[in-house]
Design a protein around this ligand. Structure first.
Ligand code: HEC
Ligand code: HEC
Length: 283
Protein backbone atom coordinates (compact mmCIF):
# COMPACT_ATOMS: atom_id res chain seq x y z
CA UNK A 1 0.00 0.00 0.00
CA UNK A 2 2.74 2.40 1.04
CA UNK A 3 4.57 1.55 -2.14
CA UNK A 4 1.76 2.43 -4.49
CA UNK A 5 1.05 5.66 -2.60
CA UNK A 6 4.66 6.70 -2.93
CA UNK A 7 4.74 5.88 -6.61
CA UNK A 8 1.50 7.79 -7.10
CA UNK A 9 2.92 10.76 -5.17
CA UNK A 10 6.03 10.68 -7.30
CA UNK A 11 4.01 10.47 -10.47
CA UNK A 12 1.84 13.36 -9.28
CA UNK A 13 4.97 15.33 -8.37
CA UNK A 14 6.38 14.80 -11.82
CA UNK A 15 3.19 16.08 -13.36
CA UNK A 16 2.94 19.04 -10.98
CA UNK A 17 6.38 20.27 -12.01
CA UNK A 18 5.12 20.80 -15.57
CA UNK A 19 2.73 18.47 -17.34
CA UNK A 20 4.64 18.19 -20.61
CA UNK A 21 4.11 15.11 -22.77
CA UNK A 22 7.46 13.60 -21.69
CA UNK A 23 6.55 13.85 -18.01
CA UNK A 24 3.08 12.42 -18.56
CA UNK A 25 4.84 9.56 -20.32
CA UNK A 26 7.11 9.07 -17.29
CA UNK A 27 4.07 8.84 -15.02
CA UNK A 28 2.48 6.26 -17.32
CA UNK A 29 5.72 4.25 -17.42
CA UNK A 30 5.94 4.31 -13.63
CA UNK A 31 2.34 3.16 -13.24
CA UNK A 32 2.96 0.36 -15.73
CA UNK A 33 6.10 -0.61 -13.78
CA UNK A 34 4.16 -0.70 -10.53
CA UNK A 35 1.52 -2.97 -12.07
CA UNK A 36 4.18 -5.28 -13.57
CA UNK A 37 6.23 -5.58 -10.36
CA UNK A 38 3.40 -5.65 -7.81
CA UNK A 39 0.56 -7.37 -9.69
CA UNK A 40 1.22 -9.38 -12.83
CA UNK A 41 4.92 -10.11 -12.28
CA UNK A 42 4.47 -10.54 -8.49
CA UNK A 43 8.24 -10.12 -7.93
CA UNK A 44 7.42 -9.88 -4.22
CA UNK A 45 6.26 -13.49 -4.20
CA UNK A 46 9.98 -14.29 -3.98
CA UNK A 47 11.64 -10.96 -3.12
CA UNK A 48 9.38 -9.93 -0.19
CA UNK A 49 9.65 -12.01 2.98
CA UNK A 50 6.39 -13.90 3.62
CA UNK A 51 4.73 -14.26 7.00
CA UNK A 52 1.63 -16.28 7.86
CA UNK A 53 -0.51 -13.32 6.65
CA UNK A 54 1.38 -12.99 3.32
CA UNK A 55 3.98 -10.32 2.50
CA UNK A 56 5.63 -8.87 5.63
CA UNK A 57 4.70 -5.15 5.92
CA UNK A 58 7.61 -2.70 5.66
CA UNK A 59 9.78 -5.29 3.93
CA UNK A 60 8.47 -4.97 0.38
CA UNK A 61 11.09 -6.38 -2.02
CA UNK A 62 13.74 -6.41 0.76
CA UNK A 63 14.72 -10.04 0.13
CA UNK A 64 15.70 -12.83 2.48
CA UNK A 65 13.32 -15.64 1.49
CA UNK A 66 15.22 -18.92 1.22
CA UNK A 67 14.52 -21.55 -1.44
CA UNK A 68 16.05 -24.75 -0.07
CA UNK A 69 16.06 -27.45 -2.74
CA UNK A 70 18.41 -30.35 -3.50
CA UNK A 71 20.27 -28.46 -6.28
CA UNK A 72 20.54 -25.12 -4.45
CA UNK A 73 19.95 -23.00 -1.39
CA UNK A 74 18.92 -19.76 -3.08
CA UNK A 75 18.28 -16.56 -1.14
CA UNK A 76 16.20 -13.83 -2.77
CA UNK A 77 18.23 -10.60 -2.81
CA UNK A 78 17.14 -7.17 -1.62
CA UNK A 79 15.94 -5.33 -4.76
CA UNK A 80 14.99 -2.05 -3.04
CA UNK A 81 17.11 1.07 -3.82
CA UNK A 82 19.12 0.81 -0.57
CA UNK A 83 22.68 1.68 -1.69
CA UNK A 84 24.43 -0.69 0.76
CA UNK A 85 22.27 -3.80 0.74
CA UNK A 86 20.01 -3.36 -2.30
CA UNK A 87 20.35 -2.27 -5.92
CA UNK A 88 20.71 1.48 -5.19
CA UNK A 89 24.12 1.77 -6.85
CA UNK A 90 23.19 -0.12 -10.03
CA UNK A 91 22.55 1.88 -13.20
CA UNK A 92 19.26 1.49 -15.07
CA UNK A 93 21.05 -0.53 -17.76
CA UNK A 94 22.62 -2.83 -15.16
CA UNK A 95 19.27 -3.42 -13.51
CA UNK A 96 17.57 -4.09 -16.85
CA UNK A 97 20.31 -6.56 -17.79
CA UNK A 98 19.97 -8.38 -14.46
CA UNK A 99 16.19 -8.73 -14.88
CA UNK A 100 16.16 -9.77 -18.53
CA UNK A 101 19.49 -11.57 -18.98
CA UNK A 102 20.31 -12.69 -15.45
CA UNK A 103 23.74 -11.04 -15.41
CA UNK A 104 24.74 -8.84 -12.44
CA UNK A 105 26.96 -5.73 -12.75
CA UNK A 106 29.94 -7.79 -11.49
CA UNK A 107 29.28 -10.42 -14.17
CA UNK A 108 27.92 -13.13 -11.83
CA UNK A 109 24.95 -15.03 -13.25
CA UNK A 110 21.62 -15.00 -11.36
CA UNK A 111 20.53 -18.58 -10.63
CA UNK A 112 17.16 -20.29 -10.17
CA UNK A 113 14.43 -20.05 -9.10
CA UNK A 114 14.49 -16.52 -10.61
CA UNK A 115 12.63 -17.35 -13.88
CA UNK A 116 15.42 -16.19 -16.18
CA UNK A 117 14.54 -18.07 -19.34
CA UNK A 118 11.06 -16.50 -19.36
CA UNK A 119 12.15 -12.97 -18.39
CA UNK A 120 14.30 -12.91 -21.55
CA UNK A 121 10.96 -12.39 -23.30
CA UNK A 122 10.08 -9.16 -21.43
CA UNK A 123 9.49 -6.32 -23.85
CA UNK A 124 11.82 -3.30 -23.94
CA UNK A 125 9.01 -1.11 -22.66
CA UNK A 126 8.20 -3.44 -19.77
CA UNK A 127 11.79 -3.84 -18.55
CA UNK A 128 12.18 -0.04 -18.65
CA UNK A 129 8.93 0.32 -16.68
CA UNK A 130 10.05 -2.22 -14.05
CA UNK A 131 13.39 -0.46 -13.62
CA UNK A 132 11.73 2.97 -13.32
CA UNK A 133 9.34 1.65 -10.66
CA UNK A 134 11.98 -0.23 -8.65
CA UNK A 135 13.80 3.11 -8.22
CA UNK A 136 10.75 4.49 -6.39
CA UNK A 137 10.07 1.77 -3.81
CA UNK A 138 11.12 2.69 -0.24
CA UNK A 139 14.73 1.61 0.36
CA UNK A 140 14.98 -1.05 3.07
CA UNK A 141 18.29 -1.88 4.69
CA UNK A 142 18.46 -5.66 4.77
CA UNK A 143 21.60 -7.62 4.06
CA UNK A 144 20.88 -11.15 2.87
CA UNK A 145 23.16 -14.17 2.57
CA UNK A 146 24.49 -15.30 -0.77
CA UNK A 147 22.89 -18.24 -2.56
CA UNK A 148 24.70 -21.57 -2.79
CA UNK A 149 24.35 -23.61 -5.99
CA UNK A 150 25.30 -27.28 -6.00
CA UNK A 151 24.66 -27.38 -9.76
CA UNK A 152 26.80 -25.65 -12.37
CA UNK A 153 25.01 -22.60 -13.74
CA UNK A 154 25.32 -22.09 -17.50
CA UNK A 155 27.76 -19.39 -18.67
CA UNK A 156 24.72 -17.34 -19.80
CA UNK A 157 21.01 -17.88 -20.52
CA UNK A 158 21.56 -17.05 -24.19
CA UNK A 159 23.04 -14.32 -26.37
CA UNK A 160 22.59 -10.70 -25.21
CA UNK A 161 18.95 -9.57 -25.52
CA UNK A 162 19.05 -6.48 -27.71
CA UNK A 163 15.40 -5.70 -28.37
CA UNK A 164 12.03 -7.33 -27.61
CA UNK A 165 8.90 -5.76 -29.17
CA UNK A 166 5.45 -5.68 -27.56
CA UNK A 167 3.31 -8.80 -28.21
CA UNK A 168 0.85 -8.70 -31.09
CA UNK A 169 -2.36 -6.94 -30.05
CA UNK A 170 -4.66 -9.99 -29.91
CA UNK A 171 -6.12 -11.65 -26.78
CA UNK A 172 -4.18 -14.91 -27.29
CA UNK A 173 -0.85 -13.16 -28.00
CA UNK A 174 -1.26 -10.78 -25.06
CA UNK A 175 -2.25 -13.73 -22.82
CA UNK A 176 0.73 -15.76 -24.00
CA UNK A 177 3.07 -12.89 -23.16
CA UNK A 178 1.47 -12.46 -19.74
CA UNK A 179 1.50 -16.19 -18.88
CA UNK A 180 5.10 -16.67 -19.99
CA UNK A 181 7.32 -13.59 -19.92
CA UNK A 182 5.58 -11.58 -17.18
CA UNK A 183 3.70 -13.82 -14.72
CA UNK A 184 5.66 -17.02 -15.47
CA UNK A 185 2.49 -19.11 -14.93
CA UNK A 186 3.89 -21.57 -17.44
CA UNK A 187 7.12 -22.04 -15.51
CA UNK A 188 5.28 -23.50 -12.53
CA UNK A 189 2.54 -25.18 -14.54
CA UNK A 190 4.77 -27.07 -17.03
CA UNK A 191 6.65 -30.28 -16.11
CA UNK A 192 10.41 -29.97 -15.58
CA UNK A 193 12.93 -32.01 -17.57
CA UNK A 194 15.93 -33.58 -15.76
CA UNK A 195 17.99 -30.72 -17.25
CA UNK A 196 16.02 -28.26 -15.11
CA UNK A 197 14.32 -26.76 -18.19
CA UNK A 198 10.55 -26.81 -18.67
CA UNK A 199 9.29 -29.51 -21.04
CA UNK A 200 7.69 -27.08 -23.50
CA UNK A 201 6.20 -30.04 -25.48
CA UNK A 202 3.86 -30.46 -22.47
CA UNK A 203 3.17 -26.77 -21.93
CA UNK A 204 0.66 -26.18 -19.13
CA UNK A 205 0.30 -29.89 -18.22
CA UNK A 206 1.16 -29.24 -14.55
CA UNK A 207 2.70 -31.75 -12.15
CA UNK A 208 5.54 -29.76 -10.58
CA UNK A 209 5.66 -30.11 -6.78
CA UNK A 210 6.21 -27.26 -4.33
CA UNK A 211 7.16 -27.94 -0.69
CA UNK A 212 6.79 -25.43 2.12
CA UNK A 213 5.13 -24.83 5.48
CA UNK A 214 1.87 -25.74 3.71
CA UNK A 215 3.11 -29.28 2.92
CA UNK A 216 3.26 -30.24 -0.76
CA UNK A 217 1.24 -28.55 -3.50
CA UNK A 218 1.18 -29.79 -7.08
CA UNK A 219 0.83 -27.32 -9.96
CA UNK A 220 -2.44 -28.05 -11.74
CA UNK A 221 -3.01 -28.90 -15.41
CA UNK A 222 -4.12 -25.63 -17.06
CA UNK A 223 -4.75 -27.01 -20.56
CA UNK A 224 -8.28 -27.50 -21.96
CA UNK A 225 -8.10 -31.28 -21.26
CA UNK A 226 -10.71 -32.90 -18.95
CA UNK A 227 -7.84 -33.35 -16.43
CA UNK A 228 -7.20 -29.63 -16.67
CA UNK A 229 -9.46 -26.59 -17.06
CA UNK A 230 -11.61 -28.28 -19.76
CA UNK A 231 -14.76 -28.25 -17.65
CA UNK A 232 -14.11 -24.90 -15.92
CA UNK A 233 -16.07 -21.74 -16.66
CA UNK A 234 -14.25 -18.44 -17.17
CA UNK A 235 -15.58 -17.24 -13.81
CA UNK A 236 -14.14 -20.31 -12.05
CA UNK A 237 -10.71 -19.71 -13.61
CA UNK A 238 -10.79 -16.05 -12.59
CA UNK A 239 -11.74 -16.98 -9.02
CA UNK A 240 -8.86 -19.49 -8.83
CA UNK A 241 -6.31 -16.97 -10.12
CA UNK A 242 -7.46 -13.95 -8.12
CA UNK A 243 -8.79 -15.56 -4.92
CA UNK A 244 -7.04 -18.92 -4.75
CA UNK A 245 -10.23 -21.00 -4.67
CA UNK A 246 -10.60 -24.05 -6.93
CA UNK A 247 -13.72 -25.00 -8.91
CA UNK A 248 -14.57 -27.45 -6.09
CA UNK A 249 -14.39 -24.55 -3.54
CA UNK A 250 -11.10 -25.87 -2.10
CA UNK A 251 -8.66 -23.14 -0.99
CA UNK A 252 -5.50 -23.46 -3.10
CA UNK A 253 -2.14 -23.78 -1.34
CA UNK A 254 0.86 -21.51 -2.06
CA UNK A 255 3.15 -20.62 -3.78
CA UNK A 256 0.89 -19.06 -6.44
CA UNK A 257 0.66 -15.27 -5.91
CA UNK A 258 -3.13 -14.85 -5.55
CA UNK A 259 -2.50 -11.88 -3.24
CA UNK A 260 -0.93 -10.04 -6.17
CA UNK A 261 -3.03 -11.44 -9.03
CA UNK A 262 -6.23 -10.22 -7.33
CA UNK A 263 -5.42 -6.78 -8.77
CA UNK A 264 -5.16 -7.97 -12.38
CA UNK A 265 -7.38 -6.08 -14.80
CA UNK A 266 -10.43 -7.70 -16.44
CA UNK A 267 -8.63 -7.51 -19.76
CA UNK A 268 -5.55 -9.30 -18.41
CA UNK A 269 -7.73 -12.05 -16.97
CA UNK A 270 -9.67 -12.52 -20.20
CA UNK A 271 -6.39 -12.50 -22.21
CA UNK A 272 -5.02 -15.23 -19.91
CA UNK A 273 -8.17 -17.31 -20.37
CA UNK A 274 -8.03 -16.88 -24.18
CA UNK A 275 -4.43 -18.13 -24.12
CA UNK A 276 -5.06 -21.08 -21.75
CA UNK A 277 -8.02 -22.20 -23.86
CA UNK A 278 -5.78 -22.07 -26.98
CA UNK A 279 -3.21 -24.53 -25.56
CA UNK A 280 -3.07 -28.09 -26.96
CA UNK A 281 -4.95 -30.29 -24.43
CA UNK A 282 -2.56 -32.42 -22.36
CA UNK A 283 -3.64 -35.45 -20.30
C1 HEC B 1 10.56 -17.55 -8.21
C2 HEC B 1 11.26 -16.57 -7.41
C3 HEC B 1 11.64 -15.24 -8.03
C4 HEC B 1 10.84 -14.38 -8.76
C5 HEC B 1 9.37 -14.57 -9.16
C6 HEC B 1 11.65 -13.23 -9.05
N1 HEC B 1 12.90 -13.39 -8.55
FE1 HEC B 1 14.46 -12.08 -8.74
N2 HEC B 1 15.69 -13.43 -7.84
C7 HEC B 1 15.30 -14.58 -7.19
C8 HEC B 1 16.46 -15.21 -6.58
C9 HEC B 1 16.45 -16.48 -5.76
C10 HEC B 1 17.57 -14.41 -6.91
C11 HEC B 1 19.03 -14.64 -6.52
C12 HEC B 1 19.61 -15.80 -7.30
C13 HEC B 1 21.10 -15.95 -7.06
O1 HEC B 1 21.54 -15.75 -5.91
O2 HEC B 1 21.84 -16.19 -8.03
C14 HEC B 1 17.04 -13.27 -7.68
C15 HEC B 1 17.82 -12.22 -8.15
C16 HEC B 1 17.31 -11.03 -8.66
C17 HEC B 1 18.09 -9.84 -8.95
C18 HEC B 1 19.59 -9.68 -8.70
C19 HEC B 1 19.78 -8.90 -7.40
C20 HEC B 1 21.14 -9.00 -6.77
O3 HEC B 1 21.43 -8.21 -5.85
O4 HEC B 1 21.93 -9.87 -7.14
C21 HEC B 1 17.23 -8.89 -9.44
C22 HEC B 1 17.57 -7.48 -9.86
C23 HEC B 1 15.91 -9.49 -9.44
N3 HEC B 1 16.00 -10.78 -8.96
C24 HEC B 1 14.76 -8.83 -9.83
C25 HEC B 1 13.50 -9.45 -9.95
C26 HEC B 1 12.33 -8.79 -10.50
C27 HEC B 1 12.26 -7.36 -10.96
C28 HEC B 1 11.34 -9.72 -10.48
C29 HEC B 1 9.92 -9.61 -11.00
C30 HEC B 1 9.78 -9.21 -12.37
C31 HEC B 1 11.89 -10.95 -9.92
N4 HEC B 1 13.20 -10.73 -9.60
C32 HEC B 1 11.17 -12.13 -9.74
C33 HEC B 1 14.01 -15.10 -7.18
C34 HEC B 1 12.93 -14.60 -7.88
C1 HEC C 1 5.06 -20.21 -8.24
C2 HEC C 1 4.31 -21.22 -8.98
C3 HEC C 1 3.02 -20.83 -9.64
C4 HEC C 1 2.80 -19.74 -10.47
C5 HEC C 1 3.78 -18.65 -10.90
C6 HEC C 1 1.43 -19.84 -10.90
N1 HEC C 1 0.83 -20.93 -10.34
FE1 HEC C 1 -1.10 -21.52 -10.63
N2 HEC C 1 -0.90 -22.96 -9.22
C7 HEC C 1 0.30 -23.33 -8.63
C8 HEC C 1 0.06 -24.46 -7.75
C9 HEC C 1 1.11 -25.17 -6.91
C10 HEC C 1 -1.33 -24.75 -7.83
C11 HEC C 1 -2.09 -25.83 -7.09
C12 HEC C 1 -2.40 -25.40 -5.69
C13 HEC C 1 -3.25 -26.43 -4.95
O1 HEC C 1 -3.69 -27.42 -5.58
O2 HEC C 1 -3.52 -26.24 -3.77
C14 HEC C 1 -1.89 -23.78 -8.78
C15 HEC C 1 -3.23 -23.72 -9.13
C16 HEC C 1 -3.75 -22.98 -10.18
C17 HEC C 1 -5.11 -23.03 -10.65
C18 HEC C 1 -6.21 -23.92 -10.08
C19 HEC C 1 -6.31 -25.16 -10.92
C20 HEC C 1 -6.93 -26.35 -10.25
O3 HEC C 1 -7.14 -27.36 -10.95
O4 HEC C 1 -7.18 -26.32 -9.02
C21 HEC C 1 -5.20 -22.18 -11.72
C22 HEC C 1 -6.43 -21.89 -12.58
C23 HEC C 1 -3.91 -21.57 -11.90
N3 HEC C 1 -3.05 -22.09 -10.95
C24 HEC C 1 -3.58 -20.65 -12.88
C25 HEC C 1 -2.40 -19.89 -12.89
C26 HEC C 1 -2.17 -18.76 -13.74
C27 HEC C 1 -3.12 -18.26 -14.82
C28 HEC C 1 -0.95 -18.25 -13.40
C29 HEC C 1 -0.25 -17.01 -13.93
C30 HEC C 1 -1.01 -15.77 -13.85
C31 HEC C 1 -0.41 -19.12 -12.35
N4 HEC C 1 -1.31 -20.10 -12.07
C32 HEC C 1 0.83 -18.92 -11.77
C33 HEC C 1 1.54 -22.74 -8.82
C34 HEC C 1 1.77 -21.57 -9.57
Amino acid sequence: MRVSLRAAALAAGLLASGPGPALAQDAALLERGRHLVEVTGACGNCHTPMGPQGPVPGKTLAGGSVFDEPPFRAVAPNITPDPETGIGRWTDAQLARAIREGIRPDGRLIGPPMPMTLYRGLSDRDVAAMVAYLRTVPPVQNRVERSVYRITLPPAYGPPVTSVPEPANTPVARGEYLANAVAHCMECHTPMLPTGQNDRSRLGAGGMEFRGPWGVSVAANLTPHANGLGGWTDAQIIRAVTQGISATDRPLAPPMAFWAYRNMTQQELSDLIAYLRSLPPQP
